[in-house]
Design a protein around this ligand. Structure first.
Ligand SMILES: [Ca+2]
Ligand SMILES: [Ca+2]
Length: 219
């Protein structure tokens, strides 16, 4: 861009004659019709010896489109046992990435991780027959969508089998006894023993063992 016959927009001050040369404002309309303004302003240092060159710094344009919710969120058992696989479709406005959150034992959503594609596998301490609630949030630039909620469970195992041996026996009772009374905030809390997924290792988890005593899975 060449500007001829430029005059300072602001009154010259002092003896240097430095000042603002001009300001350019671009209005950018993104793919969903939202407008963003980009303002470029450049000052110059006076130079009595020759023409003045205005050197703009590089300008990056960030679209301010709002992130939209994902579509068709589904959940199914993962390929491996003790895993759940989430899938969804990308919103038409696109996504930089997706945040995946799971409701924890205290009812709060905690981020498990992020995905750049439209699938996520959760294999973090999945307990058979616990209904897990997930949120998928689209992130686009600095914008986040309303969460999309999806719920699912893994049926491959026996509830109360807190050592994943595929059999409910004294060993499960043993591990329960060792951690009895611990709560979610305790550092020694073992998620797999809290088979009721309520943040307390207590009599309710003992009931899971009692109900399924001597039960086996598979083989
Ligand atoms: Ca067991
Ligand atoms: Ca419990």
């Amino acid at each position: 861009m060449v500007v001829g016959e430029a005059r300072t927009a602001t009154e010259k001050t002092g003896i240097s004659g430095d000042g603002t040369l001009f300001t350019i404002i671009f209005t950018v309309i993104d793919n969903v019709g939202e407008e963003s303004e980009i303002t470029i302003s450049d000052s110059f240092l006076s130079n009595t010896a020759s023409d003045i060159e205005a050197n703009f710094n590089s300008v990056s344009i960030e679209m301010m489109a709002d992130a939209s919710q994902v579509g068709d969120a589904q959940i199914e058992e993962g390929t491996e046992r003790y895993s759940l696989n989430l899938t969804w479709t990308a919103p038409s406005g696109g996504a930089s990435l997706y945040r995946i959150l799971r409701m924890n034992q205290e009812g709060d959503f905690e981020e498990l991780g992020t995905a750049t594609g439209t699938t996520y596998t959760d294999n973090s301490d999945i307990i058979p027959d616990v209904a897990y609630t997930y949120q998928i949030i689209t992130v686009l630039g600095g914008s986040e969508s309303t969460p999309t909620t999806v719920e699912g469970s893994d049926s491959r195992g026996v509830k109360g089998d807190n050592n994943r041996s595929d059999r409910i026996d004294g060993r499960d009772l043993d591990s329960l006894a060792k951690h009895f009374g611990e709560t979610y905030s305790d550092s020694a809390y073992e998620a797999l023993i809290d088979t009721t997924y309520d943040g307390n290792i207590d009599g309710s988890d003992l009931i899971d063992i009692g109900i399924n005593w001597a039960a086996t899975y598979g083989g």
